[in-house]
Each structure stands twice: as structure tokens, then as C-alpha cells.
Design a protein around this ligand. Structure first.
Ligand code: ZN
Length: 80
């Protein structure tokens, strides 16, 4: 999926991102065993994943149409 990010102007492929943070996961694991386990499982489940911008992890993006992407590849700029 090709996207244009409205936050950082990134243009290219969206990536699959995980919800939550690695740091929180580690903190939970260190303090409490069970919540850490559930948190890890939640992040690994499909619920914990979403498509987003690889540059700023934002989800405010617009999906590019095939024609728009072709135009970007050719000229390096998006058709306005
Ligand atoms: Zn972005």
C-alpha cells in the first residue's frame, strides 16, 4: 500500500506497526510477570497491529492511487 503521510510528508509504502511500546512491554515484564505476558500477546495479535507511516509511525495518511504513484515515480512530486 502506497501512502502519503499528512504528518511528515513521507511518500511510499506503509508498514505494519505494533500498538503499544516496547519500553512499556519490558517495564511490565520486569515488574509484573502476567500483565507483561498479556501485553506481549496483545501486541502480537492482529488487534495490536495497524498500518502506518514508517517514518513517524503516524496513521494520518492518504492512500495513493496507482496513477498518483506512477506520477510520483516519474516526476518525484505528487500531482496536485
Ligand atoms: Zn509520517
Amino acid at each position: 500500500m502506497k501512502i502519503v503521510c499528512s504528518d511528515c510528508r513521507y511518500v511510499g509504502n506503509a508498514v505494519e506497526l505494533k500498538k503499544g511500546s516496547r519500553r512499556k512491554e519490558i517495564a511490565l515484564w520486569c515488574c509484573l510477570f502476567l500483565p507483561g505476558l498479556f501485553y506481549t500477546l496483545w501486541r502480537q495479535s492482529t488487534d495490536g497491529k495497524y498500518m502506518g507511516c514508517p517514518q513517524c509511525s503516524g496513521t494520518r495518511f492518504r492512500t495513493l492511487k496507482r496513477r498518483e504513484w506512477k506520477e510520483f515515480e516519474r516526476t518525484g512530486a505528487l500531482p496536485s
